[in-house]
Design a protein around this ligand. Structure first.
Ligand SMILES: CC(C)(COP(=O)(O)OP(=O)(O)OC[C@H]1O[C@@H](n2cnc3c(N)ncnc32)[C@H](O)[C@@H]1OP(=O)(O)O)[C@@H](O)C(=O)NCCC(=O)NCCS
Length: 184
């Protein structure tokens, strides 16, 4: 278990919350994205996501005047399923549970989003070499479903396999409580 010290530059009293990832956040998001990946999403990729109406959230700490973006995630909703396209935590804020928090929030969103039929499954792809992310996903209940051969560029003119993972929403959380009947 890691010590519960606050990450650098983060006021331990700062309120942390999820907010829409809109165009005003793109500079901060791109600053993280470019440090996180060998093949980062471009500004155009994020703008395409906004135009397509993807579910896009930033995790921020602090008040509007001095906010720190800790991370973000982007989800494409499909029929009875949703695909996690991007989840990233700023390098200086990793290892403090922020990815776990965002993955929990994703499950809550998926269970509550009005969809007919309701969402049943979350899917994602991850580089087969990305052990840290795979560990995070498995700790959250995602299962390995298969490999997509040569899915990602690896930067040396070669390709890298993607591990396909999924989470059954029915398997991870109880049905929402009926608050009208819940004891006080
Ligand atoms: C993968 C990533 C999102 C994880 O974010 P994070 O905020 O550091 O993850 P968390 O702190 O929520 O960690 C959750 C779990 O991950 C594992 N983990 C986190 N940090 C770890 C570390 N330093 N060493 C080993 N395992 C670690 C642990 O299982 C941890 O569970 P615990 O809190 O019970 O110890 C982050 O490393 C990242 O943005 N990486 C680059 C982008 C990326 O690869 N995204 C995924 C693309 S598919």
């Amino acid at each position: 278990m890691r010590a519960a010290t606050p990450p650098p530059f983060l006021d331990p009293a700062a309120e942390v919350r999820l907010e829409p990832l809109d165009a005003t956040r793109l500079d901060a998001v791109l600053h993280i994205e470019q440090r996180a990946y060998s093949h980062p999403w471009t500004r155009g990729n994020f703008l395409d996501g906004l135009r397509a109406g993807y579910h896009m959230r930033v995790l921020v700490a602090g008040e509007a005047s001095a906010q720190t973006v800790l991370g973000y995630y982007i989800v494409m909703q499909g029929v009875a399923e949703a695909h996690l396209l991007n989840i990233t935590v700023a390098p200086e804020h990793r290892g403090h549970g922020w990815a776990r928090l965002m993955l929990d929030a994703l499950v809550l969103w998926a269970r509550g989003v009005p969809a007919q039929p309701p969402l049943e499954t979350l899917w994602l792809e991850v580089r087969a070499s990305n052990q840290r992310a795979i560990q995070v996903y498995e700790a959250q209940g995602y299962r390995r479903m298969g490999l997509r051969k040569d899915y990602y560029p690896d930067g040396h003119g070669r390709r890298e396999d993607a591990l396909v993972m999924s989470l059954s929403l029915a398997a991870v959380a109880p049905a929402p409580r009926d608050h009208a009947q819940a004891p006080l």
